[in-house]
Design a protein. Structure first.
Length: 427
C-alpha cells in the first residue's frame, strides 16, 4: 500500500480572503483548511468627531489582524479567542456587515479547532447577514465543516460549488478546493474521481505558477489512478512524467527527496524498474548533510535494494538491504527490519547462496512474528520452504509450507504488486 503524501500549501492571495496554512490529509491527518475574511471595512462612525484611536472599529480591526496572524502561526485556539472578542465587540455596533465578517471568521476558527457544527452555524448565519464573501469562500468553509463531520456527500457538493465560484479568476483557491474534493472522494472510495480531481488541481496550480503544489497534486493523481480498479498505465506514466518535469523547478531538498521516492515507488508498481532506480538514486543524493536522517537513508536503501532484486541484480541489492536492516535494528523498527531481512533472503536465493538465504528467512519469520505481520511471516515461511527444498531437505520444506498455510493466513493482507517490499515514505 502506498498512501498519498501530505504537504504544506502556501497561502493563496486574494483581495479580501486569506487561505491559511494547512496540511493536506494524504494519510488523513486532522488538520483542515479554511478561508478567512480580512479586517472589516470601517463603518461610517470612523472619522467622526469625538472618536478616539481606540474606537470599537479600530479595536475590531486590530483583533481581526491579530487573529489571522495567530492562524498563520498555527495558534488556532488563541485565534478562536481573538475572533470571539472581535465578534462580541462588533455586536455593540449597528453595523451588520462588520458583524457578519467577524462571525464568518469565528465560524472558520470553530471549524479549525474541531467544532465543525458551531462553525457551520456561524458561517450560515454570516451568510444570511450579508457578509461579502461571494467568491467561493462560503462554499469552501461549509464544505470543510461537512468534511470534518465526515458527511462526505455534502462536503463534495460544496467543494464542487466552491470550485465553480472561484473559477479562473482565483485559480489557486480553485486548486485548493479541488485537492480537498479529491481527498473527500478518496473517503468515499472513489479513487478514479479523486485522481481526476488531483489532476485538475495540478493543472490549475501550474497555471498559477505554484509549481511545488502542482508537482504534488500530479503525483497524487498518479497514486490514486493506480489505486483505481481499472486504470490506464499510459495515463499514469504521463502524470509521472509531468511530475518529474515539475521537479526541476523545486529547490526544497526534503520535498524533492519525497517526490523522487514516491515517483520511484510508482514506477516500481508499473514494473518500470529502470526508471524507478533513477528516482531512488536522485532521492538518495538528497539524503545528506542537513537533509540527512537515519530512517530516511534506511528507507531509500531498502527501496534501492528492492529495485536491484527486481532488475535481476541481487549482488548489488545485498549491500543496500544489509545496511537498511542494520539501521532499522538500531532504530528498533522491527517490522521494517523484517522486510529487509526478507529481501536479503530473496537476494541470496537468487544468487544460489541457499545457506545464507535460509538464515535470513529464519530471522524474517521471527521478526515478522514479533511485529504481528501475519502476511510477511507466512511469505517468509514459504521462502524458507523453497530454500530448504533447494538444500535437499524436503521434510523440513513441507513443514515450512504447512506453517505458511496456518490459520493466521485468514488475516493476511492482499500481496503487494511486486515481490519486493518497498516503503512509501522516506521520513
Amino acid at each position: 500500500k502506498h498512501p498519498g503524501t501530505a504537504w504544506e500549501e502556501k497561502p493563496a492571495r486574494a483581495s479580501h480572503s486569506l487561505a491559511l496554512s494547512k496540511r493536506l490529509p494524504g494519510s488523513h491527518p486532522e488538520a483542515i483548511s479554511r478561508r478567512m475574511a480580512s479586517a472589516p471595512v470601517p463603518g461610517s462612525a470612523q472619522g467622526r468627531p469625538g472618536i478616539q484611536p481606540a474606537s470599537p472599529q479600530t479595536e475590531i480591526q486590530r483583533l481581526m489582524r491579530a487573529g489571522m496572524q495567530l492562524f498563520h502561526d498555527n495558534e488556532d485556539f488563541q485565534a478562536l479567542a481573538t475572533f470571539k472578542k472581535a465578534f462580541l465587540l462588533s455586536c455593540r455596533l449597528p453595523e451588520p456587515p462588520t458583524q457578519a465578517r467577524c462571525l464568518f471568521n469565528l465560524g472558520a476558527a470553530y471549524i479549525a479547532t474541531g467544532k465543525p457544527q458551531k462553525g457551520l452555524k456561524c458561517t450560515r448565519k454570516a451568510q444570511k447577514m450579508g457578509a461579502l464573501e461571494k467568491d467561493g469562500d462560503f462554499s469552501f468553509n461549509i464544505a470543510v465543516a461537512y468534511d470534518n463531520l465526515r458527511e462526505y456527500a455534502k462536503a463534495i457538493e460544496f467543494y464542487k460549488k466552491a470550485v465553480r465560484e472561484y473559477n479562473a479568476s482565483k485559480l489557486p483557491n480553485a486548486a485548493d478546493a479541488l485537492v480537498k474534493l479529491a481527498y473527500c472522494l478518496v473517503g468515499t472510495g472513489d479513487s478514479a474521481s479523486a485522481a481526476q480531481s488531483f489532476r485538475l488541481a495540478g493543472q490549475a496550480y501550474q497555471e498559477a505558477q505554484r509549481l511545488e503544489d502542482a508537482a504534488m497534486a500530479m503525483r497524487e493523481a498518479a497514486n490514486y489512478f493506480l489505486r483505481s480498479p481499472k486504470y490506464c498505465p499510459e495515463e499514469v506514466l504521463e502524470l509521472l512524467q509531468v511530475c518529474h518535469q515539475l521537479c526541476t523547478n523545486i529547490t526544497d531538498p526534503e520535498l524533492l527527496g519525497n517526490l523522487h521516492n514516491h515517483l520511484g515507488l510508482h514506477y516500481a508498481e508499473l514494473k518500470r524498474f529502470g526508471q524507478a532506480e533513477k528516482h531512488f538514486v536522485e532521492a538518495m543524493k538528497l539524503c545528506s548533510g542537513e537533509n540527512f536522517a537515519l530512517r530516511k537513508r534506511a528507507v531509500l536503501m531498502q527501496n534501492l535494494g528492492g529495485i536491484y532484486n527486481a532488475l535481476g541484480e541481487p549482488q548489488r541489492a545485498l549491500g543496500y538491504h544489509s545496511e537498511a536492516a542494520d539501521i532499522y535494528g538500531v532504530l528498533g523498527e522491527t517490522a521494517a527490519r523484517a522486510q529487509c531481512l526478507y529481501n536479503l533472503a530473496n537476494a541470496h536465493g537468487q544468487l544460489g547462496n541457499y545457506q545464507e538465504a535460509q538464515g535470513y528467512y529464519q530471522q524474517a519469520v521471527r521478526s515478522f512474528g514479533d511485529a504481528g505481520d501475519s502476511y510477511g511471516e507466512a511469505q517468509s515461511w514459504e521462502g524458507l520452504g523453497t530454500t530448504l527444498l533447494c538444500l535437499g531437505h524436503p521434510d523440513q520444506a513441507a513443514h515450512c509450507s504447512k506453517q505458511a498455510l496456518a490459520p493466521s493466513a485468514s488475516k493476511w493482507e492482499p500481496p503487494p504488486r511486486s515481490a519486493q517490499r518497498f516503503l512509501d515514505r522516506p521520513t
